[in-house]
Design a protein around this ligand. Structure first.
Ligand SMILES: NC(=O)c1ccc[n+]([C@@H]2O[C@H](COP(=O)([O-])OP(=O)(O)OC[C@H]3O[C@@H](n4cnc5c(N)ncnc54)[C@H](OP(=O)(O)O)[C@@H]3O)[C@@H](O)[C@H]2O)c1
Length: 263
């Protein structure tokens, strides 16, 4: 992977920042993408100082239709062929459906669904067929479990699950490794930390730190794992989810999350 370049979307904070640092620690160059004024120049110089990699960054809004071709035009001008795409940028929510406005849902669907699909299409078009290319699509266990207050978010992550699994089938004869990352809760920001601290028992034990998720994700991606579920408790919950009847799951989810659903 030396001299390879990875595009990481939503790299300014949270899981994306940890993924960028993890990728740099493996000697892979970076193109960081996030909104303007989100700290990308500082992150780029931190990574350059600590790892022997080249770091470029693009401050753009990924819900803007012109942003997708502009990333690949930038790479073409810089004579960079990206060998890895990390579709991480995404927006979550924890709110009743009627509590968010239509503008929020439009952005959420654009960022979580349209952006990864179009970037994947453009990434594959420029990929070097003679070298292995890697795509990491950041999904969520929320795309598998039906959880109250995550109605649109969970649906966008179900989309990513289907999209990724279908591409894995379509492209299995090509030199492309595509992984779906399905994390449970991650302590990526203070408000999530506060919410996650209210959880109890198994629900609390499912929560992980972004650095740990990033390390497991990049290990899995480079090994060509089709789905990466960080944490053994999360993997156990996925198995239980496939075995239990829907009615029983509904009761369990309501009981386990009672303290946070009402907050
Ligand atoms: N946190 C969790 O518990 C959890 C669990 C499972 C899956 N995930 C998934 O992991 C991924 C990262 O989540 P996170 O918690 O790390 O999120 P986060 O801390 O909110 O970071 C989101 C990143 O996306 C960027 N971004 C947001 N809107 C953008 C836009 N319009 N254009 C370009 N970049 C934009 C943000 O940039 P700015 O800094 O400029 O806003 C930021 O870098 C998401 O796909 C999420 O669904 C998270």
């Amino acid at each position: 992977m030396m001299n390879q370049t990875a595009i990481v979307t939503g790299a300014s904070e949270g899981l994306g920042k940890s993924l960028a640092i993890e990728i740099a620690s493996r000697g892979i160059n970076l193109v960081l993408v996030a909104l303007p004024l989100s700290g990308l120049p500082e992150l780029a110089s931190f990574i350059r100082k600590n790892f022997e990699v080249k770091v470029n960054f693009l401050e753009i809004d990924l819900t803007d239709a012109e942003s997708y071709p502009s990333i690949f035009e930038y790479l073409r001008v810089q004579q960079i062929t990206a060998g890895m795409l990390v579709n991480n940028a995404g927006v979550g929510n924890w709110s009743w459906f009627e509590d968010m406005n239509i503008g929020f849902y439009k952005k959420q669907i654009e960022l979580n669904v349209i952006t990864p699909v179009l970037l994947t299409r453009l990434f594959l078009a420029q990929a070097n067929a003679d070298a292995t290319s890697y795509i990491l699509n950041v999904g969520s266990l929320g795309g598998l479990f039906v959880v109250p207050k995550k109605q649109v978010y969970g649906a966008t992550k179900s989309f990513i699950r289907y999209f990724t699994k279908c591409l894995q089938l379509e492209l299995h004869e090509l030199n492309v490794k595509i992984s779906l990352l399905s994390p449970g809760g991650i302590n990526t920001k203070p408000e999530l930390l506060v919410m996650n601290n209210k959880l109890k028992g198994i629900s609390k034990a499912t929560i992980m730190e972004p650095g740990d998720v990033a390390r497991i994700a990049i290990d899995g991606l480079l090994k060509g794992k089709k789905e990466i579920i960080p944490g053994w408790i999360n993997r156990l919950l996925v198995v239980l989810n496939s075995l239990l009847p829907a009615g029983v799951k509904d009761i369990m989810i309501r009981r386990r999350l009672a303290s946070v659903i009402e907050s």
